[in-house]
Design a protein around this ligand. Structure first.
Ligand SMILES: Nc1ncnc2c1ncn2[C@@H]1O[C@H](COP(=O)(O)OP(=O)(O)OP(=O)(O)O)[C@@H](O)[C@H]1O
Ligand SMILES: [Mg+2]
Length: 208
């Protein structure tokens, strides 16, 4: 089980800004060959299903990956195969910049939202973020202290801001990323939500 969010040690300071790191790691990620991406998603799915926090979860959220993100399709298939309920993020209203979670079942129709990210079409069942057991998040970079660099919209930070006030054990927050997306230490802002762990194509990393 991932450690409590109350734990954590002070990372060394990184002198680069989030924007600089984002630019560098986005460029690196684009260079990863398609065959490696496909294999990475499958390896991560094998690692995920072995984790006690996955076995204990029923409502599992996972993003629908875009071309340069860590491939989440094998992960979603593993969630279905394990007979768990799979939820995917959908945008809330234009001005809210937060996420809802919509049930995604095999064969459900999808459409592209305003950021060209796939979302279920129609009236699939929606769940509040507090009701999820486990969230698998996309990332651009991460460190072993649980700091996550996302796309810069603050969507996950806003949606899961309740974790700051009430560090409940759930939902477990687990990033999905390539080993090459790990950095010694990321800059941290007060609004950043913390990861409990990261699954890469090679290992499960527990964040301290
Ligand atoms: N809880 C919050 N309430 C209001 N604004 C927030 C909140 N969390 C983040 N933000 C805003 O979101 C912006 C982007 O934050 P940040 O750079 O941490 O994004 P990110 O974590 O990389 O993005 P994402 O979660 O979408 O992948 C910040 O300018 C911040 O002001
Ligand atoms: Mg953030």
């Amino acid at each position: 089980m991932p450690p409590s969010r109350l734990k954590g040690c002070m990372p060394i300071t990184n002198t680069k800004t989030k924007a600089e790191i984002r630019q560098q790691f986005r460029a690196n990620c684009k260079q990863i060959p398609a065959e490696y991406r496909e294999g990475a998603g499958r390896e991560a799915a094998k690692l995920l299903v072995k984790q006690p926090f996955f076995k204990a979860s029923h409502r599992v959220a996972c993003y629908l990956s875009t071309a340069n993100e860590f491939d989440s399709i094998p992960i979603i298939e593993a969630i279905w195969q394990a007979k768990k309920q799979c939820y995917v993020p959908v945008l809330t209203g234009e001005n809210e910049k937060a996420l809802h979670f919509a049930r995604y079942q095999y064969g459900d129709a999808l459409h592209l939202n305003r950021y060209a990210i796939l979302e279920p079409t129609g009236n699939s069942h929606k769940l509040s973020p507090e009701s999820l057991d486990l969230v698998l998040l996309p990332l651009i970079a991460f460190d072993c202290y649980g700091h996550r660099l996302g796309s810069g919209g603050g969507y996950y930070d806003r949606t899961f801001a309740f974790l700051h006030a009430n560090p409940t054990p759930k939902p477990w927050m687990i990033g999905l990323g390539f080993t090459s997306q790990q950095i010694d230490a990321l800059p941290k802002d007060p609004w950043d939500i913390r990861l409990d762990g990261v699954i890469t194509e090679k290992e499960f990393i527990t964040c301290s």
